[in-house]
Design a protein around this ligand. Structure first.
Ligand code: PEP
Length: 255
């Protein structure tokens, strides 16, 4: 049984004060939900305050990025140990990082290894552009990102991570993939590649999320699919009622 997982990626939104208000709005609803891993990923400056606000709950906290080196002359970067002071999760290889900050499969792989070494759960993002999708290259791109991003990992490590399939054309566009499209890629390509690489028993244990314009009204459809174990939520995670509704839909999907 894979425990459903819903993470909110706040991206570059909310000052510390605004973040605190959002968490105060989220807390009662999120605390009422059980058996779902719920994770908030605010910007770095809010991590300390939010970690204090959620202390004593089972709500998780994640960073949106980190560097793979332990420390050193990397101006503007944040090290794994600094993330671990407040978080148990870290998003790695989000398409916006790949697009705007030149992240590659190799840097994703270095970050995944550094996160696991630090005891952080990486939420590894993969997904194709609209051009790649229209050229029929989705399977090839997604498979490459999964296998290269997880290169050299043992099965013991692989089962600890979470993967998010996020077609780039669906992120922030309001045009989500259909639940069947997402299931096809997640089941056949993502879980299939994991099974080839780590064996089917390990692949069956790895949580795979869908991300891309998930909201309260469409979440249940995705969670009803056998291979979709939750969602990585961008825009809708900034609205307390929407995010709670998505987590409730995940709870409702437990058979
Ligand atoms: C994301 O940023 O990971 C994301 C899925 O964004 P949105 O939900 O806004 O499409």
């Amino acid at each position: 049984m894979r425990k459903p997982f819903v993470a909110g990626n706040w991206k570059m939104n909310k000052t510390v004060e605004q973040a605190s208000l959002l968490v105060a709005d989220l807390l009662p609803g999120l605390q009422a939900i059980q058996k779902i891993e719920r994770v908030l990923c605010p910007p770095f400056p809010s991590l300390m305050v939010i970690s204090q606000m959620i202390a004593g709950t089972d709500i998780g906290l994640g960073a949106q990025n980190m560097h793979w080196e332990e420390s050193g002359a990397f101006t503007g970067e944040v090290a794994p140990a600094m993330v671990k002071e407040f978080c148990d999760y870290v998003i790695v290889g989000h398409s916006e990082r790949r697009q705007f900050f030149a992240e590659t499969d190799q840097t994703v792989n270095a970050k995944v290894k550094a996160a696991l070494k630090m005891g952080l759960t990486p939420i590894v993002c993969v997904g194709e552009t609209i051009t790649e999708n229209e050229a029929g290259r989705t399977a090839e791109i997604v498979q490459r990102e999964v296998l290269e991003g997880l290169k050299d990992l043992s099965s013991e490590d692989a089962v600890k991570l979470v993967i998010a399939y996020e077609p780039i054309w669906a992120i922030g566009t309001g045009k989500a993939a259909t639940s069947q499209q997402a299931e096809d890629i997640i089941g056949k390509i993502v879980r299939g590649s994991l099974a080839d690489r780590f064996g089917s028993e390990s692949a069956e244990q790895i949580r795979i999320l869908y991300g891309g314009s998930v909201k309260g009204s469409n979440a249940a459809e995705f969670f009803g699919m056998p291979d979709i174990d939750g969602a990585l939520v961008g825009g809708a995670s900034l609205k307390a009622d929407e995010f709670i509704q998505i987590c409730q839909a995940a709870q409702g999907s437990i058979k």
